[in-house]
Ligand binder design. Structure first.
Ligand code: TYD
Ligand code: MG
Length: 450
């Protein structure tokens, strides 16, 4: 029998009737791959309506994995019968994270680690190096989906990790390994197994440079939870976030450090980020920023040096370059601080990326501090958005941020006028504009000598 074929985009999963040089849906270039369509309707189980009250009664509680940072992001743990994808770039530590977590779960339940990428020996060596082992942690090197399902039959694990979804293969699907059809088909099949057996399925998914799950973004729609595991190649810090979470918030942040003994949770990130700070150095400002709901105290550093170049350099590390340019423009226009003839480098230390405007004020004052050579008091933090009119605006969850600062022993905070009252132990200095903020610190805004 001749099967019908379609051309399916490896990026977005859209179908096209004929081959084209680019995807008609997402316009990715050269992403269409021929796939054979299976006869429709063969494998779909009949649905049975149930009273909603019954379904509510069925909702199961998350089961802790025993890894505090992972459990924080999951909102308690893995929900039985759920499917979770852990996405991240190759080498970020997905296999390490899941092997450690699975070993932890395996203290109380049968767990299966399916390695479809590395050999069983490689995984076992890693487990040995990490010092994780449990009698009920099972390991199998397998890429064939039907055989993985057979192992689920035999072992009946509570949790199964499949590392990775891109390397498992279902011969019944009639498409080539590695195609979006395979990834989607295998994930679909595993979703079915999870629901039918109540096993928690965790899939590793490789992510491409632009942040999409390699090939199938469609995976995100199939599963209950998508976690993104990220980190800077040059730093030990790793961040785990929920991008999608059917059972809870997507605002929690998990933090780990990758070291000799694998991934270690970071329960007190602010203390870590500020550990190497040198107080009293011009250009250094501490800011409580938010990542999701988790307040983090980070050090914002600026270095302003005279330049004779026609276009002096500007670098921004850990924050958006456009945001820096905007803050510099406001400093010039509304505070009379002209750094147009100077090189300006701004960095958030520790490998953190600040993606919210709460650090604007700290960036502005770090630049001003470096430009004028006046250090900012060591016990001062600041947070606020700098508007284009030079006004300071309150940022969300200012209270949480200030409490974190107070907890770490900071005594003063510079905030926009509308900010809420200070937590105990913290004195607030309020400013309405960027100019006032600079005066507050007795900065005599002056152009950089060049
Ligand atoms: P890995 O978990 O294999 O990443 P992924 O599955 O996301 O591709 O780990 C990747 C890196 O982590 C690897 O380059 C080595 C490093 N690593 C450590 O630094 N310490 C350790 O204890 C382990 C297991 C790995
Ligand atoms: Mg891996």
């Amino acid at each position: 029998m001749r099967h019908k074929t379609v051309y399916r985009c490896n990026e977005c999963g859209a179908d096209a009737p004929k081959w084209m040089g680019w995807c008609p849906a997402c316009e990715a270039s050269g992403s269409l791959v021929e796939e054979v369509l299976l006869p429709a309707g063969t494998s779909i189980a009949p649905s049975v309506p149930i009273p909603i009250a019954e379904a509510i009664g069925d909702a199961t509680e998350p089961v802790p994995t025993g890894d505090p940072e992972l459990d924080r992001v999951l909102g308690g743990g893995l929900v039985p019968g759920s499917v979770t994808v852990v996405g991240g770039e190759p080498g970020v530590g997905k296999s390490t994270l899941l092997l450690q977590a699975l070993a932890s779960v395996a203290r109380g339940a049968t767990c299966l680690y399916v390695t479809a990428e590395e050999s069983a020996r490689q995984v076992a060596l890693r487990a040995e190096r990490l010092g994780v082992s449990a009698p009920s942690l099972w390991l199998v090197a397998e890429t064939s989906l039907p055989r993985i399902v057979a192992h689920l039959d035999a072992l009946a694990p509570a949790v199964v990790v499949v590392d990775s979804i891109q390397t498992v293969f279902d011969p019944d699907l009639g498409t080539a390994p590695g195609t979006v059809g395979q990834v989607r088909g295998c994930a679909q099949r595993l979703v079915g197994e999870a629901k039918a057996r109540g096993v928690s399925v965790v899939l590793v998914g490789h992510v491409t440079k632009d942040g999409s799950l390699a090939g199938p973004r469609v995976l995100e729609h199939l599963v209950d939870t998508v976690l993104a595991f990220e980190g800077d190649r040059h730093h030990a810090l790793r961040m785990l976030r929920a991008v999608k979470h059917r059972f809870g918030s997507t605002h929690e942040l998990g933090l780990f450090e990758m070291g000799e003994a694998g991934l270690v949770g970071v329960p007190d990130p602010s203390a870590l980020f500020l550990a190497d700070r040198q107080p009293g150095v011009p250009g250094s400002v501490v800011a409580p920023v938010l990542d999701g709901w988790r307040p983090l105290l980070v050090e914002v550093q600026a270095l302003v040096v005279p330049s004779t170049a026609p276009t002096p350099r500007r670098t921004a590390q850990g924050l958006d370059g456009g945001r820096l340019a905007q803050v510099l423009a406001v400093l010039e226009r509304h505070a009379g601080l002209d750094v147009g003839r100077a090189e300006v480098h701004v960095a958030v230390t520790g490998g953190v990326r600040v993606g919210e405007p709460g650090a604007d004020l700290a960036v502005a004052l770090a630049v001003a501090s470096s430009a004028t050579g006046r250090p900012v008091p060591a016990d001062l933090v600041m947070c606020g958005e700098v508007g284009l009119g030079g006004e300071l605006r309150q940022v969300q969850r200012t209270e949480r941020r200030l409490s974190e600062a107070a907890r770490l022993g900071f005594r003063r905070a510079l905030v926009p006028r509308s900010a809420p009252d200070a937590p105990a132990g913290l004195r607030l200095d309020r400013a309405t504009s960027i100019g006032e903020a600079l005066r507050h610190l007795a900065f005599f805004a002056q152009p950089v000598a060049s």
